[in-house]
Design a protein around this ligand. Structure first.
Ligand SMILES: Cc1cc2nc3c(=O)[nH]c(=O)nc-3n(C[C@H](O)[C@H](O)[C@H](O)COP(=O)(O)OP(=O)(O)OC[C@H]3O[C@@H](n4cnc5c(N)ncnc54)[C@H](O)[C@@H]3O)c2cc1C
Ligand code: FES
Length: 265
């Protein structure tokens, strides 16, 4: 019987520095993935970390991870280069329900590296599906923490896109302040049945951005968030990710807010 917890070795295709502490790794992978899912990325004898799928090509056989250098595993991953190996198992978790977003007014709000997991949604509607009317609001700390700059510029040609920086800057087309300051002024669909809002970023950003949309009258079941929770097995066995009775690794990481509100700390 195959051991589902056993990672397989895959080659790194490319490594691209996005910021000082966030690098993009494209890695060979041979299982089909979808936006919203995560993969357990490991280094033998060091450890394992859950990392969101930030882009993928299931036919060509690769996935991209935007990895932030924060600790034991990610420190070692930052020593790797194209041609080296990473160990992967997955994909795990649920997905952003693109079929449900189809043909609607879709608002995507991302905070910092929270852009990585929502990038497949935006690129899906940019590249493959003209049906959704997409508005994008992305907040970064400062100029040096902007990621996927070229892609954001590309999205601007098709979607209303607002970029905010916490601190003032001289960049063209960038607003000063937090994303929450801009939500009250966003043009929303008249009929909330016809809209969906996706919010991904640090917990406080997700919480306060959600509150702004609720204040605008958007129903809880039209708002989607994604949780980064400490995980270990990723298959519902160890309980590390559990909040009350909810296994984030199985039922999430993507949650509709009517469920997610019971999970926020
Ligand atoms: C579903 C999901 C998706 C994710 N997607 C991504 C992604 O796309 N990209 C990404 O970069 N990350 C992502 N993460 C987060 C990532 O899994 C964690 O940052 C992971 O812990 C990194 O592993 P590490 O061994 O490098 O860091 P660790 O060594 O586990 O350190 C992680 C954090 O804990 C702190 N820490 C470590 N040890 C201690 C201690 N003894 N006391 C106090 N604090 C300590 C560190 O300072 C650091 O801030 C995701 C997590 C989940 C659950
Ligand atoms: S990570 Fe082990 S049960 Fe969810």
């Amino acid at each position: 019987m195959e051991n589902c917890l056993l990672p397989k070795e895959y080659k790194i295709i490319s490594v691209e520095k996005k910021t000082e502490i966030e690098w993009l790794f494209r890695v060979e992978f041979d299982s089909p993935v979808q936006g919203g899912q995560f993969i357990q990325v490991s280094i033998p004898r060091v450890g394992e970390a859950p990392i969101s799928v930030s882009a993928f090509d299931n036919e060509a056989g690769w996935v991209e991870f935007l990895i932030r250098k924060v600790g034991k595993v990610t420190d070692v991953i930052f020593d790797l280069k194209a041609g080296d190996s990473l160990f992967l198992r997955g994909p795990y978790g649920n997905v952003f329900p693109l079929e449900q977003y189809k043909g609607k007014h879709l608002v995507v709000v991302a905070g910092g590296s929270g852009l990585a997991p929502v990038r497949p949604i935006i690129n899906h509607f940019y590249e493959n599906d003209n049906s959704a009317n997409v508005d994008i609001l992305i907040g970064f700390k400062d100029e040096n923490s902007i990621i996927f700059h070229d892609e954001i510029n590309k999205w601007k040609s098709k979607f209303n896109t607002i970029i905010t920086l916490d601190r003032a800057c001289s960049l063209d087309g960038v607003c000063e302040g937090l994303v929450t300051q801009y939500i009250p002024y966003m043009k929303l669909a008249n009929d909330f049945d016809n809209m969906e809002v996706v919010i991904v970023g640090p917990p406080a950003m997700m919480k306060y951005s959600t509150l702004e949309f609720l204040r605008r009258g958007v129903p809880k079941d039209k708002i989607w968030v994604s949780f980064e929770r400490k995980m270990s097995c990723a298959v519902g066995k160890c309980g590390h990710c559990k909040i009350d009775e909810t296994y984030v690794c199985l039922e999430g990481p993507v949650f509709r807010y009517d469920k997610a509100e019971t999970l926020f700390d």
